[in-house]
Design a protein around this ligand. Structure first.
Ligand SMILES: [Zn+2]
Length: 198
């Protein structure tokens, strides 16, 4: 027997999310049927609002409702430092480390020859544009400690250093292969404090 169309449509939608296969999609779709109607409505509205009301900051690429984002607009921030991350989630992780008071730049990806992701495919051109301002004295490369994260950091370092800007890399107390997103606050604090020049 086939699933009724509303269920199979819902399953198709769940399967578009990362890490969700047919079995989990079926479980979630049937669970949705058992939910309160108000909760389902709130869920649907939250999905639409997240997509409609959030966009990327035109300066740093972080997610924001206004543009530029609050961090880029904050006059109390140290404008001489830009910390470069792969993902907007990493900004949120590092913001929990209250020691860091500089700016950010979100790449929205990582260089990957295997997947055919080159410098123009991620947020690198806009980073280079920001560096043309005399304000920036240090770029902290905080890509993840994976092979691709390291390769991206090396690539950026070669590009940025000739401009006379100091380039540092997070001291990875973070183990090899680990994601910033999952590091605890103390580890991240130490990683930022102990960053080394590359
Ligand atoms: Zn911003």
């Amino acid at each position: 027997m086939q699933y009724p169309e509303p269920i199979s449509k819902l399953m198709d939608s769940f399967m578009k999310l990362p890490g969700i296969g047919a079995k989990t999609a079926a479980r979630l779709a049937f669970y949705t049927l058992s939910m309160d109607e108000d909760d389902v409505t709130d869920f649907a509205k939250a999905l639409i609002s997240a997509k409609r009301d959030l966009h990327y900051c035109s300066i740093c690429g972080h997610i924001t409702q206004g543009d530029p984002c609050e961090i880029c607009q904050d006059k109390a921030r140290d404008r001489s430092m830009i910390l470069v991350v792969e993902d907007a989630k990493d900004v949120i992780s590092i913001e929990k480390v209250r020691d860091y008071n500089g700016l950010y730049h979100v790449l929205h990806g990582i260089l990957s020859p295997i997947e055919g992701t080159g410098p123009e495919d991620i947020n690198i051109p806009s980073l280079l544009k920001r560096l043309q301002s005399d304000e920036v004295q240090e770029v902290i490369l905080a890509t993840n400690a994976t092979a691709e994260g390291e390769a991206t950091a090396t690539y950026l370092s070669r590009l940025i250093k000739p401009a006379g800007i100091k380039v540092t890399r997070l001291a990875h107390g973070l183990s090899v292969g680990s994601d910033i997103e999952y590091a605890d606050e103390i580890t991240l604090m130490k990683a930022v404090e102990g960053r080394r020049e590359i």
